[in-house]
Design a protein around this ligand. Structure first.
Ligand SMILES: Cc1ncc(COP(=O)(O)O)c(C=O)c1O
Length: 367
């Protein structure tokens, strides 16, 4: 499906052949055990932990967008920790973004350290150190929440030269925003909880890779540890995926306008949006990304001013997470991110731009 546009690709991703009298997207298959052939044993479906057709259809859909075989997990963290725990051994070193999703760092500093795995923290914007002795390099670009972007192709080449495996967290960009496997990464990990599914009603994660060894290891890991998404969540995710192109288009358009509005205000500082031509991430984002996601970050100076801004806004929900239909904002310091007290991550939804501009302007004025 590579020659087709994004809208066409997401609408048709993972659908079965058309059969008269059958639905376009088959409903969820709820099954723990399946009928077995007592002589030949399980065929495609033996037991629900390793085997579920609804989940397989979703994996086929995401895989067609990322460009590699895909395994779905119960959450982004389940996917990321599956890769880390199934790949790393005692004495190994893993390189992680110092400015990426904080739970991954916490996991490395707790569980991985306890298993004898060392962590090398690297800022997404670089400079990148030598990867000699590093087993796995995990990149997160754009990084959440600071929105720095790194050159996946260049860092992958450097890591491969040192014998390291490269994984990219593609949560913020989504596979319509960038395709790390085509840029030289070995593995994509992601939370599908965010823009990929986009309706704030599902937790999902996935690992995608064209490396057979990685996929075999992670398949066994998932079958034995069991962090699989249920049939209903898999189906909801697949259904939601079909509108990804439309949702991202509106989110990005809203983010561009709101970032420009925020950057033009004297009472807002440190506005970051890779779509702004003055942004430090602009040049590399333009080069490697197909579109810029709908996330903007900025500083309102204090936690109290953020609270006043959110209380005054009628459209911006105070909520964590991002990538959903509803515009929301999160003061990241409350979660333990190393950010200033007034630092806000704004996730632009799909409301009308004109309404968001009016609401944000009024709320900032009131705050
Ligand atoms: C970049 C990134 N990766 C991974 C995760 C974890 O995903 P989940 O919440 O689905 O476990 C998050 C969650 O916010 C995230 O922002």
């Amino acid at each position: 499906m590579t020659g087709e546009g994004d809208g066409t690709r997401v609408v048709h991703a993972g659908l079965p052949e058309a059969v008269v009298g059958e639905p376009f997207l088959p409903g969820p298959v709820f099954a723990a055990p399946y009928h077995l052939d007592p002589v030949d044993g399980p065929g495609v479906n033996g037991y629900g932990r390793p085997d579920n057709p609804t989940r397989r259809a979703l994996e086929k859909a995401i895989g067609s967008l990322e460009g590699g075989p895909t395994l779905a997990f119960a959450s982004g963290q389940a996917a990321i920790t599956a890769l880390l725990l199934s790949t790393l051994r005692q004495g190994d070193t893993v390189a992680l973004p110092s400015d990426g999703y904080f739970t991954v760092r916490a996991f490395a500093e707790g569980t991985l350290r306890g298993l004898g795995v060392k962590t090398l923290l690297v800022p997404t914007a670089g400079p990148y150190p030598s990867f000699e002795g590093v087993r796995l390099v995990l990149l997160e670009t754009p990084a959440n929440p600071g929105l720095d972007v790194c050159d996946i192709r260049a860092v992958s080449a450097q890591a491969h030269a040192a014998g390291a495996l490269v994984a990219v967290d593609n949560t913020t960009a989504t596979p319509l925003g960038q395709r790390p496997l085509e840029l030289g990464a070995d593995v994509v990990v992601a939370s599908g909880t965010k823009a990929l599914t986009g309706h704030s009603d599902v937790l999902l994660g996935y690992v995608a890779s064209t490396n057979d060894e990685v996929m075999a290891t992670v398949t066994t890991w998932r079958a034995q540890t069991g962090a699989v998404p249920g049939a209903f969540d898999s189906w909801l995710a697949h259904r939601s995926l079909a509108t990804l192109d439309l949702r991202l288009a509106r989110q990005s358009a809203n983010a561009q306008v709101l970032a420009e509005l925020l950057a033009g205000r004297p009472d807002v500082s440190n506005v970051r949006y890779p779509g702004l031509s003055g942004d430090p991430s602009w040049a590399i984002a333009r080069e490697q990304m197909h579109r810029i996601p709908g996330i903007v970050s900025f500083d309102l100076g204090s936690a109290e001013r953020v609270a006043r801004f959110l209380a005054a806004s009628e459209l911006v929900f105070a909520a964590t997470s991002f990538g959903g239909l509803h515009t929301s904002a999160d003061r990241r310091a409350q979660w333990g991110d190393d950010t200033a007290p007034g630092f806000v991550r704004l996730s632009c939804g799909i409301e009308d731009t004109i309404d968001l501009v009016a609401d944000l302007s009024a709320a900032l004025h009131a705050a």
